[in-house]
Design a protein around this ligand. Structure first.
Ligand code: SF4
Ligand code: SF4
Length: 290
């Protein structure tokens, strides 16, 4: 059975992508048949770190948006009653019948409900999903949201459905935050790795993500990135809540410069390798217990 890990963080800039990519690399060095999904569809950047990558597949993803024919519409508002997402505006006095595509979830209920055949569905692009050969492991799958689209959750769902899990281990690099796209990414996870940094902002967002994961009843552990910066409040919080620290990645100015230049896998400090080994060991142990 394929095991699924999510790498999540309460906010951006904590090192979630670095951790995802390094875990992909470490697990594949350990002989795991691992595949990486970049679910941060608003800003997918995992692929940037593989200059030799080869795109194997690239598919457009469309959303079916209802369009109301105002000639046929009788302004009966039945579609409004059926729409759970308040995406339809009908104002009979001015003969206005419109669908707000930002709110529409393409469920199709309004088209079925309309007694006058006034609704047709038109495809609208929400982005693309792509598959890359990155030279090792099973490869990288990526969702890329159309600029201006608000359909992150739908695109993540499509990414997972279109490329069903292969190999023995899946890593989802989640979007930052705690909103619907994160919930969608975490929904089918066996284990969540929460990346944080030991600063007041980091702790604030960590607490929100911990609340979310407790609510979703997902098992998780924490990786403290940029360890050595900030204060001890994060450690105190984790200890008070009994949350496991999977590893602490020390802050290194030299390596931060390598990362900024896109050289994620070059000149990795020995101490980083040791921490990643420790993390994969602990996560592997948790997965084996499932
Ligand atoms: S397709 Fe569903 S969500 Fe979209 S407008 Fe119709 S009923 Fe509402
Ligand atoms: S159900 Fe059909 S006819 Fe009635 S308001 Fe909606 S689009 Fe118009």
């Amino acid at each position: 059975m394929v095991k699924k890990i999510v790498v999540a963080s309460g906010k951006g800039g904590t090192g979630k992508t670095t951790v995802s990519l390094n875990l992909y690399r470490r697990f594949s060095m350990d002989g795991e048949d691992v595949v990486l999904y970049d679910c941060d569809v608003e800003e997918p950047n995992d692929a940037l770190f593989f200059p030799e990558k080869i795109m194997i597949e690239n598919k457009p993803v469309n959303q079916l948006i209802p369009v109301i024919d105002s000639e046929k519409c009788q302004f009966c508002r039945k579609c409004v009653t059926y729409c759970e997402f308040n995406a339809i505006v009908i104002i009979p006095s001015v003969k206005l019948a419109q669908v707000n595509s930002d709110l529409c979830h393409s469920c199709g209920a309004c088209s079925v409900a309309c007694p006058f055949d006034a609704i047709i569905e038109k495809p609208e692009s929400i982005g693309q999903i792509a598959k890359y050969d990155i030279g090792f492991g099973q490869g990288l799958l990526e969702g890329r949201l159309q600029i201006g689209s608000s359909m992150q959750t739908m695109l993540i769902k499509e990414l997972k459905n279109e490329f069903p899990e292969q190999g023995s281990l899946v890593i989802y690099d989640a979007p930052p935050g705690t909103s619907c796209p994160v919930v969608e990414t975490v929904a089918d996870a066996d284990y969540v790795i929460l990346v944080t940094e030991p600063t007041p902002f980091g702790l604030h967002d960590l607490k929100l993500t911990v609340e979310l994961l407790d609510e979703l009843e997902k098992p998780y552990g924490v990786v403290i990135n940029k360890s050595g910066l900030g204060n001890h409040e994060t450690h105190e919080f984790l200890s008070r809540k009994g949350i496991e620290i999977l590893g602490e990645i020390p802050f290194s100015r030299e390596y931060a410069a390598e990362y900024a230049a896109g050289n994620l896998f070059e000149n990795v400090p020995e101490e980083f390798e040791t921490v990643y080994q420790q993390i994969t060991g602990k996560v592997g142990h948790h997965l084996a217990e499932l």
